[in-house]
Design a protein around this ligand. Structure first.
Ligand code: SF4
Ligand code: SF4
Length: 470
């Protein structure tokens, strides 16, 4: 007898609740060892030392790196940038952006994993956390326990360390804008200016929260770079990848059982997830949260080493290589960014090389067009402003070109201290017989007395009554 077909009734789909503002799970990062960890340690400690120590360096009796906003001068070792050098500073910022693009096309988010301030300070805070509270499992256990004297002591040590690092970070940051020794001196009287107080407070709180609590949330939700970096990736960009062909099917069990079940090399131990500072599983493929820190590579390599299997189940590779295709280093985007970096660097280098250490500003007196002193003598007044952008005193001379006979009233030699500006009123007298037009173009020649290469010209005009100049 034929079976009577039964009608299939679809059960209604189960309701799924999607939290719009899901509470983030706390990530307990496991300690690990490996080559990429060593690289990041060197990079992170180097950057931290550079950040904290730079304001303490001196150059010619002043702080070597000081962004003196009230004086509108940026001192960087032997160079001083003035507002007129804005183009140069903009060039530097554009250069940093292109270097970042260039590195990203080549090695993905290497900046995020090894040199970003958020990563560096987060690892610094994680180091303090591990020092105070112990390993991953000890920290987990401690957090699950109710408050006790031991827990309070450990938490107190951790927060004290975090607080100290945050305060030191804030003082150092403000120390790039206010001489740091002066700033520290103000702690005895607590007489800070309003901006100093604001930035000290802001940076202390921001460092504490960003590196202590928000950590990967900053990378996931606040950093714009995480969002647009994917557009710079191509199939030849180095990314942290899991070798699915080698690892799958994953599974736990003895070596014998693995052979019987034809399992891949991944033993599903979860170490790659436990060491990940953003808490993702690299085996799910490239995810935008991944900061390319390579912690999962080190973690997995440790496991492979223990199992006597070849390293590199999780490794840096390109999409093309994983698909068995050829890796291309030189591709249009990579070359394009490289050329841009080279061009901008050359431009900045040339600008720095050709930079004249004096800045001259000459304006005609607009109150009086000219003064008629009688007997054909006409006087014009000019306001001369010269800035010495170098670290050494300079003596300049001022001469007038384009006119043969003239009388110069004012100091023709001027001494300017390092990083100082002088202003001078000049009066020029010319007889109408020596003028060919009521409006004569003239050029002031401002040059260093000792160094002939330091020279600038300023164009202006000499005005005279039209009826006296024929
Ligand atoms: S997946 Fe790997 S490389 Fe990416 S953030 Fe996590 S540990 Fe770092
Ligand atoms: S660490 Fe390696 S072996 Fe362990 S789960 Fe991750 S990929 Fe698999």
């Amino acid at each position: 007898m034929d079976k009577i077909p039964t009608k299939q009734v679809d059960s209604p789909p189960k309701k799924q609740v999607v939290e719009l503002y899901e509470k983030s799970e706390r990530i307990y990062v496991r300690a690990y060892k490996g080559i990429y960890r060593n690289v990041r340690n060197i990079s992170a400690w180097g950057l931290l030392l550079m950040y904290y120590l730079t304001p303490w360096l001196s150059w010619d009796d002043r702080q070597a790196v000081l962004f003196d906003l009230p004086a509108r001068q940026f001192h960087v070792f032997f160079l001083t940038f003035w507002p007129q050098d804005f183009a140069l500073l903009s060039g530097l910022l554009i250069l940093f952006a292109f270097v970042l693009f260039f590195v990203t096309v080549f090695a993905g988010r290497a900046w995020c994993g090894y040199a970003c301030f958020q990563t560096v300070w987060t690892y610094f805070f994680m180091w303090a956390e591990e020092f105070a509270e112990g390993s991953r499992n000890e920290r987990k256990k401690l957090d699950s326990k109710p408050m006790s004297l031991t827990k309070f002591r450990k938490k107190f040590v951790k927060h004290s360390l975090w607080g100290t690092i945050s305060i030191a970070t804030a003082i150092t940051f403000v120390g790039y804008f206010t001489p740091i020794q002066e700033l520290l001196g103000k702690f005895s009287t607590m007489e800070f200016g309003p901006w100093e107080s604001w930035w000290l407070l802001f940076f202390t709180v921001a460092t504490y929260l960003n590196s202590g609590y928000m950590r990967e949330q900053v990378c996931k939700h606040m950093c714009p770079y995480a969002r647009f970096q994917s557009v710079m990736f191509d199939p030849d960009t180095l990314i942290v990848t899991y070798d699915e062909a080698r690892g799958e099917p994953r599974g736990k069990g003895s070596r014998k059982q693995a052979i019987e079940d034809d399992l891949g090399d991944c033993v599903d131990c979860g170490v790659c997830v436990a060491v990940c500072p953003v808490g993702i599983d690299i085996r799910d493929g490239l995810q935008y949260e991944c900061i390319s820190c390579a912690a999962c590579i080190d973690g997995c390599n440790e496991v492979m080493e223990r199992l006597g299997k070849p390293k590199g189940l999780v490794r840096y590779a390109t999409e093309n290589v994983l698909e068995g295709q050829t890796y291309h280093l030189l591709r249009p985007r990579f070359i394009g960014y490289g050329v841009a970096v080279l061009a901008i660097t050359t431009y900045i280098g040339m600008q720095l090389f050709a930079r004249v250490p004096i800045e001259v500003d000459l304006i005609r007196d607009r109150q009086t067009l000219f003064r008629d002193l009688g007997e054909g003598i006409i006087e014009n007044t000019y306001h001369l402003k010269v800035s010495n952008k170098s670290q050494a005193g300079i003596t300049i001379s001022v001469d007038l070109n384009d006119v043969e006979n003239y009388e110069y009233l004012g100091k023709q030699r001027l001494q300017i201290a390092p990083n100082a500006t002088i202003e001078e009123m000049l009066r020029i007298r010319i007889h109408t017989d020596d003028l060919e037009s009521p409006k004569t173009d003239i050029t002031f020649d401002v040059k260093s007395v000792d160094d002939k290469s330091i020279q600038m010209e300023q164009e202006s005009r000499f005005l005279a009554p039209a009826d006296q100049v024929l």
